[in-house]
Design a binder for this molecule. Structure first.
Ligand code: EPZ
Length: 417
């Protein structure tokens, strides 16, 4: 298994381009199942999760053609196998996003239940409840969701909690349903809006995406379209945190701060100077960071996907801060690894009290999930000496060419087999 070897203590300086958003690209790839036409996508990130999703829809009958470096075309006219097998789904929970489109397009779907996940149980009951409300017959047996629906009917759905992929699944199911669907308590994440924009370009009738009430007027069929995936706001936030922690000075291009207000505000509270430009962000870090408390919550509040990265900043900032994780029940696994590097962190249920220390010292640590691994990379960039991060396949799921991008910013990092 690959490992990442980092020699810390070097400020990140320079310019790097941000890739397309993983969490927008994944549902948008599933949207291709909805139309028997060609969907042309650009700004697709080269990530393991994207490759997994392409393999998954490919074995369903979608013809995937790579088109240059970051573009591809998807032709689902030959879709003939509405089946998502366990061995593919178990590696990527987002596979559940094929359920709504397959039901809407084919009237049936057999999708493996996503396995457990390091950060929490992450059930999909809201996805199932919403589809049943739209008239789907759904049974769960043998680890699979078996779903059929002659034609889904529009209805009003109120999800029990804000769920990003739940909102996305139900929105995709609704675009071909008979009548109007209203999703209340909908997720407002920018990736939901990007998916809605892509669906509208395919002929869907959707209003309210980005608010907590999304209205979808069903249509008989969709047509092909071209869509460029939005920049990855979490990759953006991760590099901003790395630059802050290393007292660096970076310019991130092909991205925007419009989706990161809560993260930019918190970084400014640590003492960073941030200049938000049209399609770039410049961050200049202070010599000494101030510790800042955060509380994760659904968009537009502070994103849970940035919690681990901010914990790394607080490990080396001045003072103490509390990090409260309200979305997932087990999203502090990076804390014990950070403690191995010398951090002072005390966990109490879903609160982490972090007290800044004068320095971290390199050690061997283990990645446990995607954003936890990013937190360990940031800590390794700050720690004195060498940090070896194991199981970095977690990183490769969500960060394109991370060692190349970090090296371009002056980091001393390399991948060891
Ligand atoms: C999406 O996951 C993201 N993944 C996650 O990013 C992100 O952390 C999460 O949203 C929250 O923002 C993708 O978009 C592919 P949820 P998702 O449904 O949709 C509970 C990353 O690092 N819930 O919004 O699976 C759930 O357990 C990943 O890129 C139910 O109980 O998250 C959680 O506590 C990690 N039943 C809360 O709701 C359901 O049916 C929010 O989960 C659905 C969710």
């Amino acid at each position: 298994m690959d490992k990442l070897l980092i020699e810390g203590g070097v400020p990140l300086v320079g310019e790097v381009a941000i890739s397309g958003a993983k969490n927008a690209a994944l549902p948008i790839l599933c949207a291709s199942l909805l139309c028997g036409d060609t969907l042309r996508l650009s700004n697709i990130p080269h990530l393991n999760d994207i490759s997994t999703m392409l393999r998954l829809i490919g074995q369903m009958g979608v013809v995937v053609t790579m088109d240059g470096n970051e573009a591809l075309t998807l032709d689902s006219s030959g879709l003939n196998n509405p089946f998502a097998p366990y061995d593919m789904v178990k590696t990527m929970r987002a596979s559940i996003l094929v359920l709504g489109p397959l039901l809407a397009r084919c009237g049936e779907a057999r999708v493996s239940l996503p396995g457990g996940c390091a950060i929490g149980a992450r059930p999909v009951d809201q996805h199932i409840k919403g589809l049943q409300a739209m008239g789907a017959e759904i049974t769960v047996e043998g680890g699979y969701v078996h779903a059929t629906a002659s034609r889904l009917r529009g209805t009003r759905i109120v999800t029990d909690m804000v769920t990003v992929t739940g909102t996305e699944n139900l929105m995709m199911a609704a675009v071909l349903a008979d009548g109007e669907t209203v999703i209340e308590n909908a997720a407002r994440e920018p990736e939901v809006v990007d998916l809605a924009n892509c669906l509208v370009s395919m002929g869907a009738q959707i209003s309210g995406a980005g608010t907590d009430c999304i209205r979808i007027q069903g249509v008989d069929k969709l047509h092909g379209a071209a869509h460029s995936v939005m920049p990855d706001r979490i990759e953006t936030g991760t590099y901003l945190c790395a630059a802050a922690a290393t007292h660096g000075n970076v310019r991130l291009t092909r991205t925007s701060a419009v989706w990161l207000d809560s993260v930019v505000d918190k970084l400014r509270e640590t003492g960073c100077e941030i200049d938000c430009q049209a399609d770039a962000i410049v961050l200049k870090a202070p010599q000494r960071l101030k510790a800042v408390s955060i509380r994760t919550a659904p968009y537009p509040a502070f994103p849970t996907d940035m919690q681990a990265q901010f914990m790394a900043i607080n490990c080396v900032a001045e003072g103490s801060a509390v990090i409260r994780e309200t979305i997932f029940e087990n999203r502090f696994m990076h804390a014990v690894e950070l403690i191995r590097l010398g951090a002072d962190i005390r966990i109490d249920a879903n609160n982490a009290l972090v007290t800044g220390v004068p320095r971290l010292d390199g050690a061997t640590v283990m990645a446990t999930d995607l954003r936890a691994s990013a937190s360990l990379v940031i800590a390794g960039l700050v720690a004195q000496g060498e940090t070896l991060i194991e199981r970095i396949y977690h990183l490769d799921r969500g960060y394109e060419r991370i060692e190349e991008k970090l090296s371009r910013l002056g980091a001393r990092v390399r991948r060891v087999r």
